[in-house]
Write a protein that binds this ligand. Structure first.
Ligand code: NAD
Ligand code: MG
Length: 369
């Protein structure tokens, strides 16, 4: 028996598309993708970890729907999001004689989605693509909203496009093979939607978060659906990040500084940095008298209960001035001022460029002590 599927529509006029959410969707890829295709060929792009787990099932489903499939497997990991691998991927696509009607299928985590989406957006001036996100982070975040791109030596995600997929298939059952640390990292982005503007969802997570992490199908489907709906709503209001979309950066300005200090390495995963960044955002908000201290504590208690970090990891020594410098170097800076996402409490986030540096520094010193 399969648990019910859910659908979320990302409403962007003629670029609107549905996200299907639930277990078993990999086996329905053909039936769901075929009707969108202009030609008969699909090109599946995946990474070396995901290929042995799920490539065959997706290819079989596409073949059963009468789609001729080719595939490209790229190395797993963030290093793959670069010019070299983009070139190799475009090369493979052209060698496979991809034509305008080809359907590009991104099967994997955010790395695959970002790289493949970017390639699809510039191949032959743009071919259709669908996302089959296989990490919790990609199901609730990177596969929604149409940002694609690669990293350069100047920084992360500095080259890319806004390019929406035709369809997203978030098969929640594939998360069973995802390492727990990666599940937790993705969960930080789930909790983020609660902290931004949905206190009831945060309360639901307090009661059900461990089920989401441990693999309960219903809990996972609900958490992914609520998250996608939240991001879809924000993206529909502000596709190209002129305003409210910046709320999605809650915890990210702080998190970015932590990732920069740890060299964007395995030492701290993005989601772990975001969890810590949200703790910082709430603590600073409380310190500034904007939010009750109880809300900052509530967030920390929830993360602690699940095993997400709430304190800066040791034995590394954290230099406050360097963290602040990283924040100022973040690409969300406008006219020399950093835009912070602060909160009046859980579910009440807002944007501000008025954060006194002295208070910021004391909050960081307290965390680094
Ligand atoms: P990832 O794609 O590197 O996946 C994490 C690891 O899990 C990889 O080793 C991968 O091979 C493995 N994996 C994937 N699915 C698996 C499965 N089902 N079972 C077992 N292993 C599996 O990382 P991620 O966390 O999914 O995504 C991070 C990337 O997403 C970053 O590059 C980030 O910049 C990008 N991102 C983009 C957006 C956007 O809006 N486009 C938003 C957030 C993040
Ligand atoms: Mg993020």
């Amino acid at each position: 028996m399969s648990a019910a599927l859910e659908q979320v529509l990302v409403e962007l006029g003629e670029r609107s598309y549905p996200i299907h959410i639930g277990p078993g969707l990999l086996d329905r890829a053909g039936e769901l993708i075929k009707p969108l295709m202009q030609g008969g060929r699909a090109l599946v792009v995946t990474d070396a970890n995901v290929a042995p787990l799920y490539l065959e099932r997706v290819q079989k489903s596409l073949a059963e729907a009468g789609v001729v499939t080719m595939h490209t497997v790229v190395p797993a990991g963030e290093q793959t999001k670069d010019f070299k691998h983009l070139e190799a991927l475009l090369d493979a696509m052209l060698e496979a004689r991809a034509e305008r009607g080809v359907m590009v299928v991104a099967l994997g985590g955010g790395v695959i989605g970002d790289l493949t989406g970017f390639a699809a957006s510039i191949l032959l001036r743009g071919v259709d693509f669908v996302q089959i996100p296989t990490t919790l982070l990609s199901q609730v975040d990177s596969s929604v909203g149409g940002k694609t791109g690669i990293n350069t030596r100047q920084g992360k995600n500095l080259v890319g496009t806004f390019y929406q997929p035709r369809l997203v298939l978030a098969d929640t059952a594939v998360l069973d093979t995802l390492p727990r640390r990666q599940v937790l990292a993705g969960y930080a982005e789930v909790a983020k939607y609660g902290v931004i503007d949905d206190e009831p969802f945060f309360a639901w997570l307090e009661a059900n978060g461990s089920k989401v992490i441990d693999g309960d199908l219903e809990a996972r489907r609900h958490a992914v659906a609520v998250s996608c709906r939240a991001k879809a709503r924000i993206v529909a209001a502000d596709e190209r990040e002129g305003g409210v979309r910046a709320l999605l950066n809650l915890g990210h300005t702080f998190g970015h500084a932590l990732e920069a200090e740890t060299g964007f390495s395995e030492e701290m995963l993005h989601g772990e940095a975001v969890a810590l960044g949200m703790v910082m955002a709430l603590r600073l908000s409380a310190r500034l008298g904007l939010a009750p201290a109880a809300d900052a504590e509530r967030l920390e208690r929830h993360f602690e209960a699940l095993g997400l970090p709430t304190a800066l990891p040791r034995p590394r020594l954290w230099a406050v001035d360097r963290l602040i410098r990283h924040m100022a170097g973040d690409k969300k800076v406008k006219d020399g001022k950093v835009t912070f996402v602060m909160a009046r409490g859980i579910g009440k986030s807002f944007l501000t460029r008025e954060v006194p540096e002295a208070e910021l520094a004391s909050m960081l010193s307290e965390m680094a002590a």
